[in-house]
Ligand binder design. Structure first.
Ligand code: EPU
Length: 423
């Protein structure tokens, strides 16, 4: 297992390109199941989560090939095993988004029920409810979700909201299944995340008829078949946001290329209120620390609100603010594994239910810390670059799930991050 040794404090400067979005790429890879033939995806990041998804697609019968950097060929001519195996699904919860496409393509799917994870319970009741409303029969057997629709799916009106708002992968699953259903499907309270918009655009390029894209009401007219596609995945707004905080927390100056500020209004607005200068430039932006971190209150919300996937990184930044901040988590109320670790680095964070009171401190101090989930680990890397001394982060595999060789991207900008084998 790898560890990071991070020397700080450093000041970052320079230019960094943002990769394709993990959370857009995964459901788009699943969408390739819907069309017989060879699809070609561009700007697919080379991450361990993507590699797990490749393993999953291959286990179904697809042929998958990585070509030039970022390009991926998925040949789904043959799908002869519509089963999401426990050994693969347990590595990555997003595997559940093969359920809808398999059901629509094969009339049957068995997918291991994903468990919870470090960020809390991860139920799939809304996915199941939506697919049932399309006519699927679904039951649970030996830890597997067994879904059947031998006579095909039929369009329906489906409300997909839950106690914590809309569901991103639930919307992906139901929308993908509905593209091949007979008649019209209306999804109300659909997730509006840019990754869902990207998936819907890709599906329409494949011949689907989806309207209302980007809104909470999607209307899908079922079609007889979808065709293979060549499609470019959008830039990763969470990676971009992480780099923005990297500039801010090191009082640095970064230019991000391949970054869509329009997808990041809540994040940019928050950075500006914290005292960070963010300006649009070319196909990206510049982010400049101003030497002052102003406290701020953050509440995570479904898009277009502030994303839960940047909550931990912003908490690391606010830990150094000149005053008190409040961070409220409304999507995953237990997503606070980073709190105790940041406190080991001399932050002053106090958790109260689904909220954390962040009392700003003058400096962070290096410590050995433990990565627990993807975004929590990113927060520790950010804190490590700002802290005095050498921070050791254990269990770096969590960060490799969502950031491609982050040390090789940050070191040319002035970071001092060494990847070592754990003793
Ligand atoms: N929920 C239900 N029932 C369901 C599904 C979800 O109650 O059937 C609840 C969840 O427990 C949560 C809320 O609804 O409280 C939202 O969960 P959602 O289904 O939207 O999450 P997801 O689709 O499983 C995706 C991202 C996550 C991101 C969330 C929220 C992918 C692969 N994953 O997960 O990304 O945090 O949306 O935006 O797209 C990450 O990249 O680090 C990550 C965890």
């Amino acid at each position: 297992m790898d560890v990071f040794r991070i020397e700080g404090p450093v000041r970052l400067s320079g230019r960094v390109p943002v990769n394709g979005s993990k959370n857009a790429a995964l459901p788009i890879m699943a969408a390739a199941i819907l069309a017989e033939g060879q699809s070609s995806l561009v700007s697919v990041p080379n991450l361990s989560d993507v590699r797990v998804f490749v393993e999953l697609l291959k286990s179904l019968g697809c042929r998958v090939e990585r070509q030039a950097q970022g390009d991926m060929l998925i040949d789904s001519t043959v799908i002869d095993n519509p089963v999401g195996d426990y050994e693969i699904v347990r590595k990555m919860r997003a595997s559940i988004c093969i359920l809808g496409p398999l059901l629509a393509r094969c009339g049957r799917a068995e997918v291991s029920m994903p468990g919870g994870c470090a960020i809390g319970d991860r139920p799939i009741n809304l996915h199941v409810r939506g697919l049932r409303q399309l006519g699927a029969e679904i039951h649970l057997k030996n830890g597997y979700v067994i879904a059947e629709a031998p006579h095909g799916l039929t369009g329906a009106s489906i409300f997909l909201g839950g106690s914590f708002g809309s569901t991103v992968l639930g919307t992906a699953n139901v929308m993908m299944a509905a593209t091949l259903a007979r008649g019209r499907t209306v999804i109300e309270s659909a997730a509006c995340e840019p990754e869902i918009t990207d998936l819907a655009n890709c599906l329409n390029d494949m011949g689907a008829r989806i309207s209302g894209i980007g809104s909470p009401r999607l209307v899908i007219e079922g079609v007889g078949q979808l065709n293979p596609v060549r499609y470019t995945v959008i830039p990763d707004r969470i990676e971009a946001g992480t780099f923005m905080v990297a500039a801010a927390i090191t009082n640095g100056e970064l230019e991000l290329t391949n970054c869509r500020l329009d997808d990041m209004m809540a994040v940019v607005d928050k950075l500006r209120s914290i005292g960070i200068a963010v300006e649009s430039k070319g196909d990206g932006c510049t982010v400049v620390g101003t030497g002052k971190i102003i406290p701020a209150d953050i509440t995570t919300q479904p898009y277009p609100g502030f994303p839960t996937d940047l909550q931990a990184q912003f908490m690391a930044l606010l830990a150094l603010a000149q005053g008190n901040s409040l961070v409220i988590e409304k999507i995953f109320p237990d997503r606070f594994m980073h709190v105790a670790e940041l406190n080991r680095m001399a932050a002053d964070l106090r958790k109260e239910g689904p909220a954390v009171v962040v009392a700003g401190v003058e400096k962070l101090v290096a410590a050995p810390v433990m990565a627990s989930d993807l975004r929590a680990s990113a927060a520790l890397v950010l804190a490590g670059m700002a802290a005095e001394g050498t921070t050791t982060i254990n269990r770096v595999y969590h960060i490799d799930r969502g950031y491609e060789r982050i040390e090789e991207r940050l070191n040319p900008l002035g970071a001092k991050i060494r990847r070592e084998k754990a003793p």
